[in-house]
Design a protein around this ligand. Structure first.
Ligand code: FAD
Length: 410
């Protein structure tokens, strides 16, 4: 039986986004979801879908109905020969790892948590780190959506423009019912967590990047910085470095769980366990060719101007992709993130980081705090007009827009 509640307030995980949809529905199957959402669409009512609620930006908000598709969770198919899996968009990342593993495959790369829904993660271009790997969106080769006319539309490589728009879409083409992912043979990861002085990270940067499946670091501007992300003690001007080595699945792999050094199935190793919101994060992607200058610009700001900002400064890498509004679109990227501390006026700091990175044509993580508008989007997304064309084709009445999204994509 579908759960449908009347007007009630919705709040995201970070508690910085709140709104009151006309109702919140949690259908129990794909058919029910289609029936209920189509009813709203044909009546001309706005609607949007919420995944895990782990975005900090106002991208879930709707003036109409809100749908939670977690009740439709399902793995439809896994093919270890063609390396393709099809899952329900509402499935949580945390619940697809195990069935994929049982079928002999893994997701190619993942971010630092697995609380997101698959459709929510790809909607914003969620990614991990590694120069050989794009975001999860870059692995999407099929989508089933319900468009703004109430039609079920299957998108795949035979409709390349729709696929490139759908890989990162912020839900603007319509509710995503199914997602096809290009996967890889199942693998393990050996994780090494190391505390290094900044000078060593700076010196070994290229080597660490080249030698690991995943290299990322958090630079700590203050002695208490590590506490904000619940990371192990890391002194000021040191980095907490995360290194992941890929190991093909096989009988000789020994799983282990020692402090700062673990080996296990890939899907169990990516999440780092952040559970309580104590920060509001901003993350920008710049071209990797500007990585060092961009990192120095943020460090300079934190060392000289915002000396009271304690946020760890995280740096990661991704391979460029072809999605029209992906932050990594056609550009190998380095991502830089900082957070505002809840309870403080962090806006001057986040705006200053935005300004410091502006010479590098930064693109925001769509799910994190950002200052994007139409003018800036046109400057940094060369394919914005192509995305908007597909969006209007799929949603001619603008039912999936909201005020923030209209400013950029109407
Ligand atoms: C603690 C924390 C850690 C994080 N770590 C990382 C990280 O390592 N790497 C990274 O890149 N990002 C990270 N993020 C950001 C996060 O991955 C993104 O914000 C992601 O989009 C959240 O997914 P969600 O399922 O919670 O989606 P939501 O936040 O619920 O929604 C995101 C967008 O997707 C749309 N949407 C959701 N489901 C559907 C659907 N079925 N159909 C159509 N549209 C849909 C929503 O309407 C919204 O526009 C992190 C966030 C937090 C809070």
């Amino acid at each position: 039986m579908t759960e449908r509640t009347g007007t009630s307030q919705w709040t995201n995980w970070g508690k910085n986004q709140t709104f009151s949809p006309t109702n919140i529905s949690k259908p129990r199957s794909e058919d029910e979801a289609i029936e209920l959402m189509r009813r709203d669409i044909l009546a001309g009512n706005p609607l949007r879908v919420v995944g895990g609620g782990h975005s900090f930006s106002p991208i879930v908000e709707t003036a109409g109905s809100l749908f939670d598709l977690s009740g439709t969770e399902r793995v439809f198919s896994v093919d270890a020969d063609t390396l393709e899996a099809v899952v329900a968009g509402g499935s949580r990342l945390s619940s697809v790892g195990e069935p994929l593993w049982a079928a002999g495959v893994s997701i190619a790369n993942q971010g630092d948590i697995d609380a997101q829904s698959v459709a929510g993660a790809i909607a914003t271009g969620t990614k991990g780190s590694g120069i050989e790997y794009g975001s999860m969106s870059a692995t999407v080769n099929r989508l089933r959506i319900l468009n703004g006319r109430g039609e079920v539309v299957d998108i795949d490589e035979s409709t390349p423009e729709w696929l490139k728009a759908g890989q990162v879409s912020l839900g603007l083409l319509g509710p995503v019912l199914r997602v096809g992912l290009k996967v890889v043979p199942a693998y393990y990861l050996r994780e090494e967590l190391v505390v290094m002085p900044w000078s060593e990270v700076s010196e070994r940067w290229d080597e660490l990047l080249a030698d690991h499946h995943h290299f990322s670091f958090w630079w700590m501007p203050a002695e208490r910085s590590h506490e904000m992300y619940k990371l192990p003690p890391t002194p000021k001007d040191h980095c907490f470095v995360k290194l992941l080595h890929k190991i093909p699945a096989g009988p000789s792999v020994v799983e282990s769980d020692e402090p700062m050094r673990r080996t296990g199935r890939a899907y169990r190793m990516y999440p780092d366990g952040t559970t309580d919101a104590e920060f509001h994060e901003l993350e920008y992607m710049v071209g990797s060719n500007h990585a060092r200058d961009a990192v120095e610009a943020v460090r300079h700001l934190m060392l000289n101007t915002f000396t009271d900002a304690v946020s760890p400064f995280q740096v990661r890498w991704q391979k460029g992709d072809h999605a029209l509004i992906s932050p990594q679109s056609e550009r190998d990227s380095t991502s830089l993130s900082v957070s505002g501390e809840i309870g403080r006026d962090y806006w001057p700091f986040l705006r200053a980081v935005d300004a410091a990175l502006s010479p590098f044509a930064p693109r925001p993580h769509w799910g994190k705090v950002n200052f994007m508008d139409r003018v800036r989007a046109e400057a940094v997304y060369p394919h914005l007009d192509r995305f908007i064309k597909v969006r209007r084709e799929m949603d001619p009445h603008g039912l999936f827009l909201n005020p923030y999204l209209s400013d950029i994509f109407a």
